[in-house]
Design a protein around this ligand. Structure first.
Ligand code: XMP
Length: 323
């Protein structure tokens, strides 16, 4: 639309004025905010922007490829991918406490991002003065709050970098709301899987495995989650649902029966919620036939899962995530 074209043009001019002929980096998370911010800055300064994508091995099925292939194809952005799954999984080994998981993931993220930033400086023989962030208007208004939104931002927005890696911030989405960012993303030609992605926590599937995080468990949860998302999309409901966490109760087993024999497998929890801002939420009344399809497919297609349950708790008292 005309106004979106205007916003694009004005934002590009503003970024050019701020960055001048200096270099910038941007951390991509797979989410819409960082993707749109990066795409805008790329339009403004081209290859003087380098994006960094830290693959922590905790993303959902297909999400790393969306960033590495589809996003790059759509924008032509210069991308540095760091495959850090081994490192994150090593650091998480045996850890079950939710806040400890978050701390470890946040800490490793900063370290890996920092190392990537140093490499970029060396490769170009030139300092990087700017860090691009996908901060939105509600983040600006809420910053300083102790829970939820403020925490959310703590890892992907890369706070707490050491002194020699202090950047000036470029925040081209600071005046925008989420729906405007999505329209902007469409205007910029980004893949719709990225533009319409539901909110997803920085620690990813690491906080959707109740119990210790292992490769096998991640693989299992990734399959179950992909089925749930696919069926939600097929039912045309993905834009009506705020978030749809799929949780693996890795330390719980229950008895079931399949084919000729008894099974002793893990439960999967479906946690579809509606919400305006994640501060409060209600459990989503998904159609029974949709729940039926998801349940049948998960128990048929995901070995080791013999039971699917639905979380019908509002927030409060339940949080959206299980950890
Ligand atoms: P809860 O579970 O507290 O979540 O109802 C509220 C919103 O925040 C997201 N969330 C996180 N996002 N890092 C993030 O980036 C985190 O550690 C984190 N924990 C929760 C959650 O997905 C929901 O959108």
């Amino acid at each position: 639309s005309w106004t979106m074209v205007n916003i694009v043009e004005e934002s590009i001019e503003a970024v050019r004025a701020q960055v001048g002929d200096k270099r910038a980096i941007c951390g991509l998370s797979g989410g819409v905010d960082s993707a749109v911010a990066a795409a805008l800055v790329q339009r403004a300064i081209g290859s003087r922007l380098t994006c960094v994508f830290v693959d922590h091995g905790l993303l959902r099925k297909g999400e790393a490829e969306q960033v590495e292939k589809d996003f790059v194809a759509a924008t032509g952005v210069d991308l540095k991918v760091v495959d850090a799954a081994d490192r994150f999984l090593g650091a998480l080994e045996g850890v079950t406490d939710p806040e400890t998981k978050r701390k470890i993931i946040g800490r490793e993220f900063i370290r890996v991002f920092e190392a990537a930033a140093r490499e970029i400086v060396e490769e170009h023989g030139e300092a990087v003065e700017f860090l691009v962030q996908g901060t939105l208007y509600p983040d600006v208004v809420e910053s300083g709050g102790g829970t939820g939104a403020a925490n959310i931002k703590s890892h992907h927005n890369v706070g707490g970098l050491p002194e020699d890696l202090r950047f000036s911030l470029v925040e081209p989405l600071r005046t925008l709301f989420k729906d405007e960012v999505r329209r902007l993303g469409e205007e910029l030609g980004l893949p719709s899987e990225i533009v319409w992605r539901q909110p997803f926590p920085g620690p990813g599937l690491g906080i959707r495995i109740i119990g210790a995080v292992t490769r096998d468990r991640l693989e299992l949860l990734r399959e179950a989650d992909a089925i749930a998302r696919e069926e939600l999309t097929r039912a045309g409901l993905d834009r009506d649902i705020w978030q749809f966490p799929v949780v693996l109760l890795a330390d719980v087993r229950s008895v079931g029966v399949q084919g000729d024999g008894r099974t002793y497998g893990h439960p999967i929890v479906l946690r579809p919620v509606t919400s305006e801002d994640a501060m409060t939420a209600d459990w989503a009344r998904l159609p029974y036939d949709l729940l039926q399809r998801i349940s049948t497919r998960i128990t048929n297609e995901v070995a080791e899962v013999n039971r699917v349950v639905v979380d019908i708790t509002s927030k409060p008292p339940g949080t959206i995530e299980w950890e």
